[in-house]
Write a protein that binds this ligand. Structure first.
Ligand SMILES: O=P(O)(O)OC[C@H]1O[C@H](OP(=O)(O)OP(=O)(O)O)[C@H](O)[C@@H]1O
Ligand SMILES: O=c1cc[nH]c(=O)[nH]1
Ligand SMILES: [Mg+2]
Length: 219
């Protein structure tokens, strides 16, 4: 897997990540969602550098201009819930992409720290031979990305896979590296060292779905 780590270089993205993590700012839900969306835009810009381009002659009012434009058939697939604002950011840039939505949530069967990932809802076009952009802001254990990719198999085999995340933990990156094809790209803003005993990223930002949309009842 090719890992592209945005915060390796200083940019305005640092400020958006700082605001997502900051307990004195992150409870402003509109800003929280918009910061995820802004990072979706920045990560999409970076990702666009690895797409396939072909030259087109564009007619302007004063002449002809040769421009290289991306030609890939993109399907953006987001993992509900927290993937929604990231999806909006990615779609802001790849505005003619097809779209796919899939749900994944942590189910705690015994009311303890153990959980399984439930994938229940999928609405998707075919991804056969297309460029799949799979988005979820949090990459903790990596099990949501892996289970979702498994569920997407019935939609075909993509030509290229780009995973987009905002904050990841090293353990999750390792699982993706083991489970995804070697040519997969991961576009990620920040990488943290650890998970806590409940599988939350430390320092991370807390629960991204709840910060976007409010608490949900555990079931
Ligand atoms: O890498 P993992 O260990 O699978 O964890 C990451 C997942 O956890 C969060 O979802 P959550 O289950 O909290 O659902 P939500 O988005 O509805 O809050 C997050 O949005 C990811 O989908
Ligand atoms: O740190 C984490 C881990 C999973 N899901 C989140 O929203 N945050
Ligand atoms: Mg959540």
């Amino acid at each position: 897997m090719h890992v592209h780590h945005l915060l390796n270089n200083n940019s305005i993205a640092n400020k958006f990540i700082a605001q997502l993590r900051d307990t004195s700012i992150q409870n402003d839900r509109m800003r929280f969602r918009r910061n995820i969306e802004r990072l979706g835009e920045i990560l999409s810009y970076e990702l666009s550098k690895k797409l396939n381009y072909s030259s087109e002659e564009i007619t302007s009012p004063l002449g002809i201009s040769k421009v290289s434009v991306p030609k890939d058939e993109i399907v953006i697939c987001s993992i509900l819930r927290a993937g929604l604002p990231l999806h909006t950011g990615i779609l802001n840039y790849f505005d003619d992409a097809e779209n796919s939505f899939i749900s994944a949530y942590r189910h705690h069967p015994n009311d303890d720290k153990e959980f399984e990932i439930k994938v229940e809802y999928l609405a998707s076009p075919s991804i056969e031979g297309k460029t799949l952009v799979l988005a979820d802001p949090m990459l903790a254990t990596g099990r949501s990305f892996v289970n979702v990719m498994h569920a997407l198999k019935e939609m075909g085999t993509p030509k290229e896979i780009h995973l987009v995340a905002v904050i990841g933990a090293e353990e999750g990156l390792k699982l993706l590296d083991d489970e995804f094809p070697p040519h997969t790209h991961l576009w990620i803003a920040a990488i943290d060292k650890e998970l806590d005993s409940r599988g939350y990223i430390v320092p991370g930002l807390g629960d991204a779905g709840d910060l976007c949309f409010g608490n949900k009842k555990q079931h």
